[in-house]
Design a protein around this ligand. Sequence first.
Ligand SMILES: NC(=O)c1ccc[n+]([C@@H]2O[C@H](COP(=O)([O-])OP(=O)(O)OC[C@H]3O[C@@H](n4cnc5c(N)ncnc54)[C@H](O)[C@@H]3O)[C@@H](O)[C@H]2O)c1
Length: 274
Amino acid sequence: MASDKVVLVTGAGGGLGGAMAQALAEAGHRVAAADVDANRLDDLVARVGTQPGEIIPFEVNLADKDACQALVGQVVDRCGDLFMLVNNAGVGQQVVDPDYSGNPKMFWDVDIDDWETLINVNTRAPLILTQAAVRHFLRQGRGRIVNVTTSFDTMLFSGVWAYGQSKAALEAVSASLAGLLAETPVRLNILVPGGPANTGLLPANTRMDRAKIIQPPVMGPPIVWLASDEAAQFNNRRMIALQWDASLPGLEAAQKASAPAAWPGFGVQAAAPK
Ligand SMILES: NC(=O)c1ccc[n+]([C@@H]2O[C@H](COP(=O)([O-])OP(=O)(O)OC[C@H]3O[C@@H](n4cnc5c(N)ncnc54)[C@H](O)[C@@H]3O)[C@@H](O)[C@H]2O)c1
């Protein structure tokens, strides 16, 4: 059954984004599917079809600041609404070091313009989109944001230092913004697969057995729940899709699979006044 909810999923042409777009459309939502790769968007539309929800493709380069700033308005104009923003688009270490898993560069040899591109897609774009979406959400009195970051060990893994940095920054700002939004009707949470997932983000020469790692459909049940009415008070949590227990009622599954965003328990303010 179609819903009145429009969900913008960035990077919807990719592995995790495609799985989330498909699950949301199957749950009846209208999915504004944004990606820089038009062929991937065509594949998504062909694969998912239009029932019971709908996939509405938006070709956009999120490395471009102006394109980010325009996207939320374009979605609202074309789809008539926006209920949820899923900041999923991302690029990997390949952007700064094309053969990082076979013949890695040292970090001092990386071109800082490439680093900036990675940061712009993975960290700047979600913030610009969140600003625009929150303005719209506050006007309409409801709205949700879901940011896709990564696992803590990946953030600290030397082999993907630029990627890890971009995701650590997104994780931190997600927790800060969710705190600022707590008194508003807007909710912001983090969703991660829970480990390496079988998508195009992994290098072609990865030594991991793709069949044995996380498969993208794992993202479906949690993202559909995060768009549900039951999630209206759920905020500032970090959900691990792999830990979603489908045998539990939605709220219980969400609580079991999540913890406070950005590991606030690690914080020690030794010098802070009491
Ligand atoms: N695959 C993993 O192991 C893993 C683990 C944890 C988190 N993640 C995160 O999941 C998210 C989705 O990645 P994925 O694994 O599905 O990879 P993917 O490469 O399959 O999908 C990423 C999508 O983002 C799009 N994209 C890249 N640059 C863009 C730009 N400038 N503008 C618009 N779209 C752009 C790509 O075209 C692609 O369709 C990323 O943020 C990634 O960091 C992935």
